[in-house]
Design a protein around this ligand. Structure first.
Ligand SMILES: Nc1ncnc2c1ncn2[C@@H]1O[C@H](COP(=O)(O)OP(=O)(O)OP(=O)(O)O)[C@@H](O)[C@H]1O
Ligand SMILES: Nc1ncnc2c1ncn2[C@@H]1O[C@H](COP(=O)(O)OP(=O)(O)OP(=O)(O)O)[C@@H](O)[C@H]1O
Ligand SMILES: [Mg+2]
Ligand SMILES: [Mg+2]
Lengths: 252, 252
């Protein structure tokens, strides 16, 4: 089963929120591993993990195996390979050689058979951590906030993916572009949606994630949207996304 | 007069929106230079500059002087040193030596006397571009989205600032923490405000930037909020912020 990287160099577009809630939705019927590659460690803290002992930093430095760093989350069938702020050093420490961009991919080989899905969260940059995620992944999911700067930046994201596919990971494919923080009350969201569907057609998920304050409140309780507000618009949208992701991963 | 860096490693908290609209507000009575250090080049495109010839990339590599890259914006008294996507290479190319972290600071020495304020936009990371901004700056303004992950990350931002002050830029001071995207309808924004004012007291600007769709629409027209929607809540807030920034910079 697939490794899905959730990436976008643009900041604050809903990468972490998508990783946590998609992973939680998939965990209802599948065994899921969430890997946090962001030095901000939002995916780890958003699920209630604070200052974990072993993290992706030690795994990327080759000091411990992925198995030693994986811990349970408070959600059944969802395990986490957490991050810590020390990971910021990795973007500097890891020289950008082709070999170093494959560290994560190699580290996950041993644990991959235990999971049906592995979901990777990445920082808002094109640095070594994000490239490691793109090399380890089979598919990439690109969250796209329905606003001007995020739309403008999408071409650069696609360009980086093409370059990684050509040089480091030939099997890499785009699972889809996910519209996030969609506000039905504004023209801006609708204009961005029209524009994106026109340019990218079927690459765009049918599921749209609405702007919903419940999604922003859930991480302060260390919960996914399904524990925090199970009948909110955000919960329904991520449940629908999970169905669409399973369908796309199967058909690929 | 001061060089103000607008920084926060957390993505999407309103750094670029603050840089553009604060610079535009200050330009009503002062000569202002906006320096775009973000490879996404959002501050450049948000003011209508597309694919500029000379950018901060060439300046940081020492190929041209800052003066050669500075161009007019469509706003009186506001000039821009634009960015381009090639800047992403700088985060990798520039080896993190102390000397290299001073490149921007040195490049701005020659042009500094022409301006009353220089405002720096930076990417969502702790890489070489952001450190260069922190070394060149006299003051830092930290936009803080009133949501959980942004609040959680503030300690790491302050920590990075202390380390840069101790090793590379002893004069560096925090001008203030700016609450952004404040939504009066939600408890989350109010809880974050209470929390931040309790911890950081007077360091927090009195001005709060409300969530306003007009601020998100303006960049698609290449305009600041003052040309796009001069009587909107966003325009009033950034005008007030400019007054508070001038007062803090004078009193420091
Ligand atoms: N659909 C949504 N509705 C409302 N708020 C949301 C939604 N999705 C995310 N948020 C909130 O918006 C902010 C940004 O989202 P998030 O942190 O998930 O983005 P990110 O892309 O992971 O950011 P970064 O680039 O810093 O890693 C967070 O405070 C989050 O709680
Ligand atoms: N006060 C506000 N009200 C509504 N929307 C806002 C506000 N401030 C910023 N935005 C919008 O939110 C998004 C994120 O803001 P912006 O791009 O300025 O953040 P940033 O910190 O510069 O992001 P990055 O980390 O990617 O550089 C943009 O689409 C912007 O138009
Ligand atoms: Mg994130
Ligand atoms: Mg920005």
């Amino acid at each position: 089963m697939p490794i899905i990287g959730v990436i976008n160099e643009k900041g604050g577009v809903g990468k972490t929120t998508t990783v946590i809630n998609l992973a939680a939705a998939l965990a209802k019927q599948h065994k899921v591993l969430l890997v946090d590659l962001d030095p901000q460690a939002n995916a780890s803290s958003g699920l209630g993990l604070i200052l974990p002992e072993n993290t992706t930093y030690e795994v990327l430095k080759g000091e411990i195996s992925a198995r030693q760093a994986i811990v349970d989350s408070n959600i059944n069938n969802l395990k986490i390979l957490p991050a810590s702020t020390e990971l910021a050093g990795a973007n500097v420490d890891i020289k950008s050689t082709a070999e170093n961009m494959k560290i994560l991919s190699k580290a996950l080989i041993a644990v991959r058979p235990q999971f049906d899905f592995i979901i990777l969260d990445s920082p808002p940059s094109k640095g070594a951590l994000t490239i490691n995620a793109m090399v380890a992944a089979d598919y990439l999911l690109i969250p796209l906030q329905t606003e001007y700067y995020a739309l403008e930046g999408i071409a650069s994201v696609i360009d980086t993916i093409k370059r990684v596919r050509a040089s480091l990971n030939p099997k890499l494919d785009i699972l889809g572009i996910l519209l996030t923080m969609f506000d039905v009350r504004t023209n801006l969201s609708q204009q961005v949606e029209e524009n994106v569907r026109e340019h990218f057609g079927d690459m765009v998920f049918r599921t749209i994630i609405p702007r919903s304050i419940r999604l922003a409140e859930a991480p302060s309780y260390g919960q996914s949207i399904f524990e925090f507000a199970p009948s909110s618009s955000g919960a329904l949208a991520y449940k629908q996304l999970a169905r669409e992701v399973i369908k796309r991963a199967r058909e690929a």
